[in-house]
Design a protein around this ligand. Structure first.
Ligand code: UDP
Length: 396
């Protein structure tokens, strides 16, 4: 039997989305190619990056925390030349780690977190071992310049708008492929009828609102839950706190006149979406794409500035939902939708039109094609001859 093709999927837990994309892609590869592939999720930042970069995942909630400063920094950096300059300054700090990542045994790399792109590609040049490298953009609309090294072998994007952004960042057109945003394969199956999904979850069979804040439970989730809980609306409320332990504790202690079901981090998002009539969420790309497959009308309750506002625009411009940041406005929107079911149906149909349930399979096929047509190329190490010699001496 031939050895399975080993794919390393570079991700980090900065938000829940990168891991979700990597897991979906790994599932897609296994589903499509079975024992012929061996996809492995690899958090290179945690394993090899120097402190504090290794702990970016811990810092991400308060760094991004929907703050304007984070948004400004993110936007300032979003320009190809500026990213090049930034990466050159950054390089000495992450060089050794990037070389270790590049040397991890595998037949191909799939990158779903933008911080890896330049360092890992540069590291492969430095050591003279160029592995097939696929970039999978795990954002819905914005393609930050950090993703965009034109030497990548394939550049997979979720939407037509993101394809245009990739072109603006000098990715060669023949390398770009629109595949949708990979989401769990469970979302490929049609949704379970709501009464059955509700019964399985121990919920009542009535209008159900699902409230989420991404993998980290970010944003004004508690305030929104409280506003709905005290609104007198005839709904039941599911709230997913994700990894936000404090939020989960607050929700567990809440006593509002409503049927409330709080969750911490759960693997049951597909079932929770099946059971729901409406989703309230920050504009996280993966959550939004998952909701499209369940035809869920979406109330966007917030977004990480610069990173997620265009996701919000995408939902709103396609009339798959509305933006309502203030908890009272969210309640008012729910009240309106409850009284005008026809409006809800329209939003639901528009949401379904944006669904791309096969994205994980399409992305897997693209990655597999790259891995089987681009052999690993060995050549003389490029640049930094002194450092390269030192690396060899110290066995790096
Ligand atoms: N998620 C999950 N369980 C939870 C909370 C979130 O599986 O308890 C998943 C959610 O379904 C989605 C991902 O985490 O797949 C969140 O990604 P998104 O891009 O929406 O937001 P991020 O967390 O990256 O800001």
């Amino acid at each position: 039997m031939t050895k399975p093709l080993r794919f390393l999927l570079f991700y980090a837990d900065t938000g829940g989305g990168h891991r979700a994309t990597a897991q979906a892609l790994a599932q897609g590869l296994k589903h499509r190619y079975g024992d012929a592939v061996d996809p492995v999720l690899f958090d290179g930042l945690r394993k090899y990056a120097p402190y504090p970069v290794s702990h970016l995942d811990d810092m991400y909630p308060w760094m991004s925390g929907m703050s304007k400063t984070w948004g400004r920094g993110w936007t300032q950096l979003n320009e190809p030349q500026r990213v090049q300059r930034f990466m050159k300054l950054w390089w000495p700090f992450v060089r050794t780690a990037a070389i270790r990542m590049a040397k991890e045994p595998c037949d191909a790399i799939i990158n779903v977190q933008p911080l890896y792109t330049f360092p890992v590609l540069w590291a492969m040049d430095r050591i003279g071992m160029r592995k097939p490298f696929v970039t999978m953009v795990s954002d819905l609309i914005v393609v930050h310049a950090l993703w965009c090294d034109p030497t990548t072998d394939r550049f997979l994007v979720p939407t037509e708008v993101s394809r245009v952004h990739a072109l603006d960042n000098y990715i060669p057109p023949d390398k770009i492929q629109i595949v949708g945003l990979p989401i769990r394969l469970l979302f490929m199956a049609p949704p379970e009828p709501k009464p059955i999904a509700r019964q399985r979850l121990g919920l009542k069979d009535k209008f159900t609102v699902l409230l989420m804040g991404g993998g980290q439970g970010l944003g004004r989730v508690y305030e929104t839950a409280e506003a709905i809980g005290r609104s007198g609306l005839n709904v039941q409320l599911i709230v997913v706190a994700g990894r936000n332990k404090k939020l989960k504790e607050q929700l567990d202690a809440a006593h509002w006149p409503i049927d409330l079901k709080p969750y911490g981090f759960t693997q049951d998002i597909p079932a929770l979406m099946d059971a729901s009539d409406v989703l309230i969420t920050k504009a996280g790309p993966t959550t939004i794409c998952e909701a499209f497959t369940r035809s869920l009308p979406i109330i966007i309750s917030g977004y990480i500035p610069s990173q997620e506002n265009e996701n919000a625009d995408y939902v709103i411009n396609n009339r798959a939902g509305v933006l309502a940041e203030d908890p009272e406005l969210i309640v008012a929107t729910l009240r309106e939708w409850l009284h005008q079911p026809a409006v809800l149906v329209l939003f639901s149909q528009n949401s379904a039109r944006l669904a791309h349930p096969r994205a994980a399979i399409d992305a897997a096929e693209a990655a597999y094609e790259v891995a089987t047509t681009h052999p690993i190329v060995y050549r003389a190490p490029q640049g930094e001859p002194m450092l390269a010699r030192l690396d060899r001496f110290f066995g790096n």
